[in-house]
Design a binder for this molecule. Structure first.
Ligand SMILES: Nc1nc2c(ncn2[C@@H]2O[C@H](COP(=O)(O)OP(=O)(O)OP(=O)(O)O)[C@@H](O)[C@H]2O)c(=O)[nH]1
Ligand SMILES: [Mg+2]
Length: 441
């Protein structure tokens, strides 16, 4: 399999609860509150690792959680913070919200490390809640919730120059000849399954990054066979070197190969061919017959007509490569660099927090109000409505989130029914509500 996409579930750590306790000392009958604060939950951090070129690891392990903060303790002891969890990804990885498809972050360029989900804050212990009128507070603050999200990871390499071509035409050979990269080279199709990057150094301190993109096959743009995955990498290359087997090995016809691949790119995304394209006919030292000569001439003529710079090379024997690289550099100089990095479409600060989930309201008939959506679903999951404490907690949540206010705006009156999924409640203006209303004024 080609591991350039993966779907994983990640969760930051929950904050530890604040602690309730009282000082016990000899000869002191009633010590003051000394419950310490809970520890902070661990963050989920994403970091670029230059040693990686696939998302393989995320195929094997698909669930990741940072450590929870621990509860505070007596004698003002702070709970231990939860451990952060660092996910290492290759450069060029896009992090998307799997539910909405929105881009969270493009781990490219300068963007090498982000805090994806922050851990919950620890709750304050009861030592903070003593007041003149309440000297023995029997409560402490609960820790903040963990945050969670299902991530879609997509690898799209960024390179100055991308090598494009059918399998086995010599893309990896060229990259290994002119850069520090060492992709595997072998005489069979799809030797290269993951993109490889190499730095090409030219005379006079000039350099660029070249990507060996796994081979394209016909029908790739329709998702047929193996090709579709690879097309996504081409997007983020600024100049393309299209390599064809100039000797027509394996019964190939160079010009047909070129046209076929261009048609594939065109049907995947017409933008691709707006990039500068250079054509390199490889393996030319193998040419012996007149038929081969003729096929190469056809290719050359076509490139001239299309204004594609054309080069004959032999990657394996390192011939004709330098002028090709110089041409690539020349074209690179003529185009801008920045549009290859995608901008985030989400508010990273609130990512995965319950607060950021939507709530849906409906008023299908007189006296009935529906409140649904992912946020409500999640809160119900957290809450035991059978227990009095759980019910009170949920009631408070409804007020604090402004849900009651919203329903009132929609016309809810006392005695009306609020339905949240399968739970039904009758609405009464109770104390919690009043307390909150007066606070707002
Ligand atoms: N004769 C000759 N053989 C070459 C040349 N360049 C590459 N080859 C051979 O062609 C075969 C394929 O080369 P690769 O570099 O692995 O080809 P690729 O395009 O990366 O292939 P995939 O990774 O499968 O898409 C290997 O056996 C190479 O040794 C060349 O200039 N002349
Ligand atoms: Mg290869």
């Amino acid at each position: 399999m080609f591991a350039d996409v993966a779907k994983i579930y990640v969760r930051s750590g929950k904050g530890g609860n604040g602690h309730v306790s009282f000082r016990r000392e000899l000869f002191v009958p009633a010590g003051g509150p000394d419950g310490g604060d809970g520890g902070k939950g661990g963050d989920i951090i994403v970091e670029v690792d230059d040693g990686l070129n696939s998302l393989e690891a995320f195929r094997h392990k698909t669930k990741y959680a940072a450590g929870d903060g621990q509860e505070g303790d007596g004698r003002r002891m702070h709970g231990k913070n939860g451990k952060d969890l660092v996910l290492k990804v290759p450069a060029g990885t896009l992090l998307k919200d799997a539910e909405t498809g929105k881009l969270i972050s493009d781990m490219s360029g300068e963007n090498r490390r982000i805090v994806l989900l922050t851990g919950g804050k620890g709750g304050l212990g009861n030592m903070h809640f003593a007041t003149p009128s309440m000297q023995a507070p029997k409560f402490a603050q609960p820790g903040q919730d963990a945050r969670e999200i299902t991530l879609q990871l997509e690898l799209r390499v960024i390179a100055d120059v991308g090598l494009l071509g059918f399998p086995n035409v010599g893309k990896s050979t060229l990259l290994s000849m002119c850069s520090n990269a060492r992709p595997e080279i072998a005489n069979y199709h799809f030797t290269t399954l993951n993109p490889h990057l190499g730095v090409v150094n030219l005379k006079g301190d000039r350099s660029f990054v070249m990507a060996d993109i796994p081979g394209l096959i016909e029908g790739a743009s329709d998702g047929v066979g193996l090709g579709f995955q690879f097309l996504r990498h081409i997007h983020r290359c600024r100049v393309l070197i299209h390599i064809v087997d100039g000797a027509g090995s394996e019964g190939r016809v160079p010009l047909e190969d070129l046209k076929n691949i261009h048609a594939e790119c065109e049907s995947y995304d017409p933008e691709i061919l707006k990039k500068p394209v250079i054509v390199a006919a490889n393996k030319v030292e193998l040419i012996q017959s007149e038929e081969q000569e003729k096929a190469l001439k056809d290719l050359e003529k076509y490139c001239k007509d299309m204004h594609y710079p054309f080069f004959k090379i032999s990657a394996a024997s390192n011939q004709g490569i330098y002028p090709l690289l110089e041409e690539a550099y020349k074209l690179l100089e003529g185009i801008g660099k920045d549009e290859m990095i995608y901008e985030s479409e989400v508010d990273l600060e609130n990512l995965g927090a319950v607060e950021s989930l939507p709530i849906k309201y409906e008023h299908p008939e007189e006296g009935l109000f529906l409140v649904e959506g992912p946020k409500m679903e999640k809160m119900l999951g957290y809450t035991n409505l059978e227990a009095e404490k759980g019910f009170l907690f949920f009631q408070r949540f409804m007020v604090e989130q402004g849900i009651i206010k919203e329903l009132k705006k929609m016309g809810m009156k006392e005695g009306d029914t609020i339905k949240i999924f399968s739970h039904e409640f009758e609405y009464y203006d109770d104390e919690i509500e009043d307390e909150n209303e007066s606070k707002e004024e």
